[in-house]
Design a protein around this ligand. Sequence first.
Ligand code: GDP
Ligand code: IMO
Ligand code: MG
Length: 426
Amino acid sequence: MSTIVVVGTQWGDEGKGKIVDYLASQADVVARYQGGSNAGHTVVADGNTYKLHLLPSGILYSGCTCIIGNDVVLDPVVLLQELSALEATGKSWDGLRISNRAHVVMPYHKVFDGLQERLKGTGKVGTTGRGIGPCYADAADRIGIRVVSWMDKEAFAEELKNALAYKNRILEAFGEKPFDFDTIYNEYCGYADKLRPYVCDTGALVSELIAQDKKILFEGAQAAMLDLSHGTYPFVTSSHPTAGAVCVGLGIGPKHIQKVVGVVKAYGTRVGEGPFPTELLDETGNRIREIAHEYGATTGRPRRCGWLDLSVVRYAVQLNGLDCIALTRLDILDTFPEIKVCVGYRYNGEVMKEFPASLKVLGAVEPIYETLPGWMQSTTECKTYDELPENCKKYVERIGEVAGAPVGIVSVGPERDKTITRMKMF
Ligand code: GDP
Ligand code: IMO
Ligand code: MG
């Protein structure tokens, strides 16, 4: 058995898609264990740019089994669009497998997502509007519809009727249009017919693949600071992006997790609301956004930008038990004469030992910065770690030191060949 979990360590968009696609060249299986179409994972390969929302980032390799696990919330509309886009580039997806226990994102989940955001007013989360929170809430409320029921026309009719009887009353109370049973039923039965060949018990499948000693990647979406339990609640997503969720999200035991790789972007970004201590609301922040083209892969929203926050990364090391870091987008900093990095927080004059649970505190901390000299030369053509400029290596080493996990992969461009590996992965 050989398994690696790849997780985001900040607020998402660290480059998980790129790292998973890169590692997938050596893997037999890539499995998503949480999240849904709120994810936007970019993979640049064969001269094309693929934006993956639900498909695991191993889908571009023809021999790779790609699993959508039980704790992923599945939006069939998005999945079918993604498959069509893939088909247009001549790719196939024979290796796709969808969990029969995953919950289905229904059209009313997206309406509730928007409605709840409106009702929260200034307290809104800034969600992606993909119906993620309402779908997970229905799962917990035991009124969700799972793939296994959706695939069975009778069970689907009964569960959809029950769900609509409940949901439509709430929608009407808020002045929203109720949903028509026949319209959703017919539309979703059509989607079910298209996806039925790929549905199976993915928990049993993953266990079998582990027993066959396959090389498996577990692909996280979102990131530690968006984790429902450990992130900047309530400005989080509704699932658990941290490594512990792999077991529940795929139906395997904890002994099957061998290595955990945390993806760290060389600076910080955040989409949506909530505190972001190292945010730069000045020219430097704008400069990062423009050089890096930091606009959301799912919603197109401009991402908030700032310096790298190692308090956040250190916390992600603790939450995930990271074995190593994959440091991405280092090339974005090539033209900055000085680079700041936050190594801790000060609050009420005291250096904080733990990552604050209170948003009031997190919103008021003073980041403790170290200023490192930039390297002022391009790194994108560097093929080995030694070829990187001295100041660049110093930045990398400082990150590993303060975060408490070694930097095992360095990425200097979006393409596969712009990746420097310093540690054996599989
Ligand atoms: P994910 O959600 O974590 O998969 O990340 P996104 O795909 O949302 O955002 C990461 C962006 O950075 C994408 O546009 C990637 O193509 C790009 N990217 C990844 N690694 C690198 C890198 O090392 N350098 C540069 N310049 N871009 C990168
Ligand atoms: P990837 O996998 C960045 C953010 C949203 C919002 C909060 C809740 O590409 O890294 P949701 O729609 O999940 O209820 O929104 O979480 N968010 C992300 N931010 N990258 C993502 O995914 C995100 N998925 C959700 O912006 O603040
Ligand atoms: Mg993304």
